[in-house]
Design a protein around this ligand. Structure first.
Ligand code: NAD
Length: 351
């Protein structure tokens, strides 16, 4: 076994180590700090290379690549979305990603991103809701109580002070799982028998269901004045959660409009329908919530910059810890042009 030079080593964060890192920091602190990183990057939006993600669709799901760069760092995520996986004992969404140095092109970090995606999605939703939800919001309905749901609840508590949860899922076992996982943390939790019951009295409605169809998780009559809708589950062509009439009476905020027009709730609207990119609210170019009676909608699909921020945060928080392995990912011959010689010498060493 040869000794690896520091140039050849890439830190790798496994699922196990990601869990250790998150638990050592504390989930809500992690979500809060991560939201800070995402907000920092959204504030310098023009610095980034942006492109709608590259999607490969199949009958049962989608596999996507999500790249971006700020000119100094480059990041990408591989992510899938397969609603049927859950019935086969697999995750609907799995992911991993890379952060790289633009100057040399060398990867600097390889990380699991299944957990990190759930964390960054919760952090992004709550970051947006902090500017869009009604003042003093304390009650959130969560429709869809699968893998993402607890992360949403915890992010909204950490960033907005949400204390009351109203849960609904077509599968009562999912609601029971979510209730159990969030019990003992100071939430008051009501398990509901319908979406209609869940939204009663809610200041914020989070929809985070998985179904590959134009679903109607929320119909127009379920959304009262002043509510903030955090629509997370509709994130693919042909996969939406809200009735079109809701969109017509909401102020709509998106991550990156060219991608959301393909994948988000607004695929139901004309291609030039006015929406606000959320970074514009942070930069002061556009208002957030304008009145107590306005219905605001964050039409979230997940954008590459959020994953970039998450990888950047993990890289910074890894420093000084042992929550990573050193991966022999890059060839590093003694003389850069002598790649074949490296192979020959390895062969000679074996014989
Ligand atoms: P999951 O499969 O673990 O959970 C989905 C839940 O939705 C299940 O419990 C299912 O029973 C429930 N459900 C399905 N149809 C329903 C309906 N009509 N009413 C109520 N509940 C219903 O999936 P997950 O990992 O929690 O992801 C949920 C969705 O969020 C997926 O569509 C995923 O693609 C999307 N997602 C979006 C982002 C983003 O950035 N916007 C990030 C991650 C995941």
């Amino acid at each position: 076994m040869t000794t690896l030079s520091p140039l050849a080593i890439v830190p790798f964060v496994s699922v196990d180590n990601m869990m250790r890192l998150v638990l050592s920091i504390g989930v809500e602190t992690f979500l809060t700090e991560l939201a800070g990183y995402i907000e920092e990057d959204f504030r310098r939006w023009p610095d980034f290379d942006k492109t709608p993600r590259v999607a490969s669709h199949s009958v049962d799901g989608v596999i996507e690549l999500m790249p971006t760069s700020d000119g100094t760092l480059y990041g990408f995520k591989y992510v899938n979305g397969h609603p049927k996986n859950m019935r086969e004992g697999k995750q609907t969404v799995t992911a991993f990603g890379v952060l790289a140095d633009v100057g040399s092109g060398y990867p600097m970090l390889l990380s699991e991103m299944t957990l990190l995606t759930a964390l960054r999605t919760g952090a992004t939703s709550a970051m947006a809701a902090r500017r869009l939800a009604p003042k003093g919001a304390s009650t959130m309905a969560i429709i869809g109580n699968g893998a993402q749901s607890e992360f949403q609840a915890l992010a909204f508590r950490a960033l907005l002070g949400i204390r009351h949860l109203r849960l609904y899922d077509i599968d009562p076992a999912a609601t029971e799982k979510c209730r159990r996982n969030l019990s003992g943390l100071g939430f008051s939790i009501t398990a509901c028998r319908s979406g209609q019951e869940a939204v009663e009295g809610a200041d914020v409605i989070t929809t985070v269901t998985a179904d590959k169809q134009y679903a109607t998780i929320l119909s127009d009559n379920m959304v009262g004045a002043g509510v903030h809708i955090n629509a997370v589950g509709g994130d693919c062509p042909g996969k939406t959660e809200l009735h079109r009439d809701i969109l017509k009476r909401s102020s709509i905020f998106v991550e990156y409009a060219p991608q959301t027009r393909i994948e988000g709730e607004i695929q139901q609207l004309a291609a030039d329908y006015p929406v606000t990119e959320f970074w514009q609210v942070l930069s002061g170019e556009a208002p957030g919530r304008r009145s107590a009676s306005e219905v605001t909608l964050f039409d979230s699909v997940g954008f590459a910059i959020e994953d970039f921020s998450a990888l950047r945060y993990v890289r910074d928080r890894l420093a000084g810890t042992s929550f990573y392995e050193e991966l022999d990912l890059l060839a590093d011959p003694d003389e850069p042009r002598d790649l074949y010689g490296m192979l020959l010498r390895a062969g000679a060493a074996v014989i």
